[in-house]
Design a protein around this ligand. Structure first.
Ligand SMILES: N[C@@H](CCC(=O)N[C@@H](CS)C(=O)NCC(=O)O)C(=O)O
Length: 261
């Protein structure tokens, strides 16, 4: 049985759940309570030394890194292939997944983390929050989260992250002028990888960023109409929880938007 160490709103976990759903694979989801720092407990760190989700355990092997997990699942299991067939298109697909790993996901930590966390953290003792943030093994993550906790949405790092999101939306819009999907005419790991981040823009109250991106909106609607979106993304939270997140994003947007002017 495939086991996924999972968290509902983590885009990296969404990406893996989308892949599992597209390949119609059964799996057991083990919830890792990120708010309660279960990812930093010794038992979890022994499996995933970076203290992050997802972790996939399959056939006695532990597979880390969401992009590699999706490549692994696609290689290992039959069913619809989620990679294009030509070597050139495989490179195009991996340029997208590389962009996600190297730029978009780090930016996500600056743009989406505050929407999910700041309100909750602001109700706690600040010294205790800073101590708890400092326990993460990745010093860059600690520095980023601490700065955002102290400076809020005006922090420079939030602006830098937003610019990465804006640049990615531009790139999506121009790529989608040539085809229905990011690489060629069918869904691939590139679409699956980027969908959770576009979902955040649209459903976390930042939808004004995609206002002038009709092709990206139409691609999002096509992706959201698939069964995989329902099980891997939409269905993991109740409507009231989605609305509450979107509300926080909408309240933050006027301050966030200043970074883009
Ligand atoms: N490169 C990793 C990144 C994983 C990652 O950053 N996961 C986040 C959730 S999306 C996490 O576990 N954060 C825990 C924390 O910040 O304490 C991957 O793609 O799997």
């Amino acid at each position: 049985m495939i086991r996924l160490y999972d968290s509902p709103v983590s885009p990296c976990c969404m990406k893996v759940r989308l892949c599992l759903a597209e390949k119609a694979l059964n799996y057991e989801s083990v919830a890792v309570d990120l708010g309660g720092k279960a990812n930093l407990e010794a038992e979890y760190l022994a499996m995933n030394p970076k203290g992050v989700v997802p972790t996939l355990v399959d056939d006695g092997s532990t597979i880390l890194e969401s992009t590699l997990i999706n490549e692994y699942l696609d290689e290992k299991y039959p069913g619809a292939s989620l990679k294009p067939s030509s070597p050139e298109e495989k490179v195009s697909m991996r340029l997208w997944t590389k962009l996600i790993d190297e730029e978009l996901h780090p930016a996500n930590g600056a743009v989406i983390w505050p929407i999910l966390s700041l309100e909750r953290l602001s109700q706690r003792d600040p010294d205790e929050v800073i101590e708890s943030l400092s326990r993460h093994p990745d010093p860059k993550r600690v520095a980023r989260q601490t700065t955002i906790f102290q400076e809020g949405y005006g922090a420079q790092v939030v602006g830098e992250g937003l610019k990465v999101f804006a640049k990615t939306l531009e790139k999506l819009e121009s790529s989608l002028a040539h085809s229905e999907y990011l690489v060629g005419e069918r869904i691939s790991l590139a679409d699956i990888g980027i969908l959770p981040y576009v979902n955040e823009v649209i459903r976390f109250g930042l939808d004004q960023m995609a206002e002038d991106k009709p092709l990206t909106r139409a691609w999002f609607d096509r992706m959201a109409a698939r069964d995989s979106y329902g099980v891997a993304i939409a269905g993991v939270l109740g409507e009231a929880q989605w609305d509450a997140i979107a509300d926080r994003g909408r309240k933050a947007w006027p301050e966030m938007r200043n970074h883009l002017s």
